[in-house]
Write a protein that binds this ligand. Structure first.
Ligand code: PMP
Length: 344
């Protein structure tokens, strides 16, 4: 028999189908069986590869995008990176309007992936013509045939996870999943995954992880947009200061809030216990699991799936940097890990 070359045609073929990995040590004293859907295994190292590919391919199917057209988005984070990656391979221009708060590292990463980056002042209101929202809108209206991803208000963000993440988890757990725990930012991941899973089994509990300083939990409870809930916090990608239409609040059973400090420590603990080097919101999701378990959310035979959205390498100057942790007041001087390196 003739041997075939076993190669992928491009990294796009590696998007999705991420592994489900059992959590063993960090959950040792916790009731239930815990499984992590580790999205860092996507080629762009985050769950955002799924929405970038899905939304761009939907636009192609509808005939909106033609080779050489432009894709626009307003993020320096994971979504920007994923859109840039997909654009390179498919031959589109990628324009990202980002806030001047974005780190130089992030901007360099996006430029490396071929994106054109507009840096917009951070401290102007959203309706100021210089804000990244307004700059993106203006570019979208001026550039013929451009597509504006607009992830917080794009229903296709939910669909991407309904079509991929939901079915994968259902199959990987052989339909035995009892709880889904996922961070909520745009809400696309939790809403789309939950929509698929609840269609299969409406008894599956859906729990969103939110940040202190975000409006999501209060809005879910009261349907009121309470600006008193909004204050600065450090975790990036989790929680929000507006109500995204990409979040289906009706499908989420409850929200659990986590702190910046506990989430940072729990992310570090995941590396030390499970060998999982994952991002800040993965630490937040794991921290949420610990709190929920203490609150009695899980039974001994519960099968809990938690989504870990991205890789730890994007947080080297934050939670995985001891000086940063100390500056935030996250280390007390007695337990500081800062002195553990031995120089010879
Ligand atoms: N974690 C990280 C690191 C993210 O970038 C995001 C996206 N904002 C999320 C979690 C939340 O995912 P979603 O937007 O699908 O709710």
């Amino acid at each position: 028999m003739k041997e075939e070359i076993k190669a992928h045609n491009s990294v796009l073929e590696l998007i999705g189908n991420t592994p489900l990995i059992k959590l063993n040590k960090i959950t040792q004293k916790m009731k239930g069986n815990y499984f992590a859907k580790v999205e860092a295994f996507n080629p762009g190292h985050s769950t955002k590869d799924r929405i970038a590919l899905y939304i761009i391919e939907e636009a192609e199917r509808k005939g909106i995008l033609k080779p050489g057209d432009t894709i626009i988005e307003t993020t320096s984070g994971n979504t920007g990176f994923s859109i840039a990656m997909v654009s390179i391979i498919k031959g589109y221009e990628c324009i990202l309007a980002v806030s001047s708060k974005s780190s130089a590292d992030k901007i360099d990463m996006l430029k490396t992936m071929g994106a054109k980056v507009y840096v917009c002042p951070a401290h102007v209101s959203a309706d100021d013509p210089r804000s990244y929202y307004e700059v993106a809108k203006k570019l979208h209206s001026e550039i013929k045939g451009s597509v504006y991803i607009n992830q917080y208000f794009n229903e296709l963000n939910i669909d991407a996870h309904y079509q991929t993440t939901g079915p994968e988890i259902w199959e990987q757990t052989a339909g035995k999943i009892t709880h889904l725990v996922a961070c909520s930012g745009t809400g696309g991941t939790i809403s789309g995954t939950a929509r698929f899973l609840k269609e299969k089994n409406p008894h599956i509990r859906i729990i969103g992880i939110d940040a202190y300083g975000s409006v999501l939990q209060k809005y879910h409870q009261t349907k009121e947009f309470d600006t008193n809930e909004i204050y600065p916090y450090r975790i990036e990608g989790l929680g929000k200061n507006l109500i995204p239409s990409a979040t289906d609040f009706n499908i989420i059973d409850k929200f659990e809030k986590v702190t910046d400090e506990s989430s940072a420590h729990t992310a570090r603990e995941l590396a030390k216990t499970e060998g999982l080097f994952v991002g800040y919101t993965s630490g937040a999701a794991m921290q949420g699991l610990k709190q929920l378990e203490e609150e009695g959310e899980f039974a001994a035979d519960s099968n809990i799936v938690v989504i870990f959205p991205d890789h730890g390498s994007r947080y080297m100057s934050k939670i995985y940097n001891d000086e940063w942790m100390q500056q935030q007041g996250f280390f007390d001087s007695e337990t500081a890990e800062i002195h553990k390196i031995e120089y010879i």
